[in-house]
Design a protein around this ligand. Structure first.
Ligand code: SAM
Length: 361
């Protein structure tokens, strides 16, 4: 039954790149799965949506989409990708009006109450501006602009806002770039011009999108989320598994600006241990089976790693699905796309599996 996925081609929509996320899947793979298994215009559900790769591709394919995740950063990013402005001109106009509004407010956001680990990333004037922009964008639910801002929060390049640091997980690079040798990297950085450049990059390869199509994004756990309507024709998702990635830790600085300072508690919920993962998958299939009818598809993208001494992870997932009334109709293998997707498990993963199930009752 097994076949390999090769030769998936096509340029990525620029919106996929607005902000980084660990464990992203390849947009071309998402597109391929949606085009192959979802009925045109039907709803596609991604219960573990992460950065929103699958919902955005579903929308671009003309499908309705429903997305859930428990990570506040994932939810912001997915909402951002599903609510862009209709054109670059429209978003730049909005950006200019926000900038003039914020410029009129001469108050300086003080760094009182800001943890030292957060303020250590920024020049005080930059930090004050970032605080003003994030507060404004959050209050007005400007998810697209907020996502773009989070996407330029930290890195070592000039287009980013922090002192030199990494782009994925936030670590200062002050040993590699000491302030006395690289003083220019520690100067004030204006938010507006950088955000403008970021937004412009996001509109590269902007697809033709139908803004009337329903897109629903909710912060909810996969085992008890309520989809809109009572039928889900296709579920396409890549679940978190067995502490392979640290979704909260890697995004702790972005989460802090979203008002989520306790990333450690969040991590316990979203980077599950083996026991927690087993329960989550079992409960999720039960939940999904209530919204799927005979012939509907449920597609799980998961790394081929050992689950325990006797079983590999895809086999465990298949067993859970079969106990809930699903049959496996296809098993595809994809060569591992991004090294970052599996940092802790690199040595154990041979490939990524795409398990294609159909509801049989
Ligand atoms: C492998 S990532 C998904 C990546 C996504 N396909 C993408 O391309 O960006 C798994 C996601 O599951 C989320 N998650 C973990 N536990 C969850 C739960 N119980 N309910 C919903 N989402 C959960 C994590 O926050 C993480 O974003």
């Amino acid at each position: 039954m097994e076949s390999r996925i090769t030769d998936l081609k096509g340029a990525d929509i620029g919106l996929h790149l607005i902000s980084p996320y660990v464990g992203k899947i390849r947009p071309v793979l998402a597109r391929h799965l949606i085009k192959t298994y979802a009925k045109p215009k039907s709803i596609v559900y991604d219960p573990f949506c992460g950065s929103g790769t699958i919902p955005l591709e579903a929308w671009a394919c003309g499908n309705k989409c429903f997305a859930t995740d428990l990570n506040d950063y994932a939810i912001t990013l997915t909402k951002g990708k599903l609510t862009p402005y209709k054109s670059l001109d429209a978003v730049l106009e909005r950006l200019d009006s926000i900038n003039s509004c914020l410029n009129k407010d001469k108050s300086r956001k003080e760094s009182i109450g800001i943890p030292q680990w957060v303020s250590s990333f920024f020049h005080p004037k930059t930090l004050s501006e970032v605080l003003k922009w994030t507060a404004y964008l959050k209050e007005r639910k400007e998810w697209f602009l907020l996502s773009c801002l989070l996407g330029i929060l930290h890195h070592q390049r000039p287009g980013f806002l922090s002192f030199p640091s990494s782009h994925g997980a936030p670590y200062l690079r002050n040993s590699k770039y000491p302030e006395d040798m690289f003083p220019e990297l520690y100067e004030y950085r204006e938010v507006y011009s950088r955000l403008r450049a970021k937004v412009t990059r996001a509109y590269k390869n902007f697809p033709s999108l139908d803004f009337r199509i329903q897109r629903v994004v909710r912060r909810a756990s996969s085992e008890n989320a309520n989809p809109p309507g009572n039928r889900i024709h296709a579920i396409v998702t890549s679940p978190p598994y067995m502490k392979s990635l640290t979704y909260a830790r890697d995004n702790r600085l972005r989460l802090w600006f979203l008002g989520k300072s306790d990333w450690q508690s969040l991590e316990k919920r979203i980077s599950p241990t083996r026991t927690f993962f087993s329960k989550l998958i079992a409960a999720s299939f039960i939940r999904w089976s209530k919204y799927q009818k005979n012939g509907d598809y449920c597609i799980i993208i998961i790394g081929d790693i050992p689950f325990n001494k006797n079983m590999r992870l895809p086999e465990f997932v298949a067993t859970q699905a079969e106990q809930t009334g699903y049959v496996m109709v296809d098993l595809l293998k994809d060569p591992i796309p991004y090294k970052k997707r599996f940092n802790k498990l690199k040595s154990q993963i041979s490939s990524e599996c795409i398990l294609v199930f159909q509801r049989s009752k």
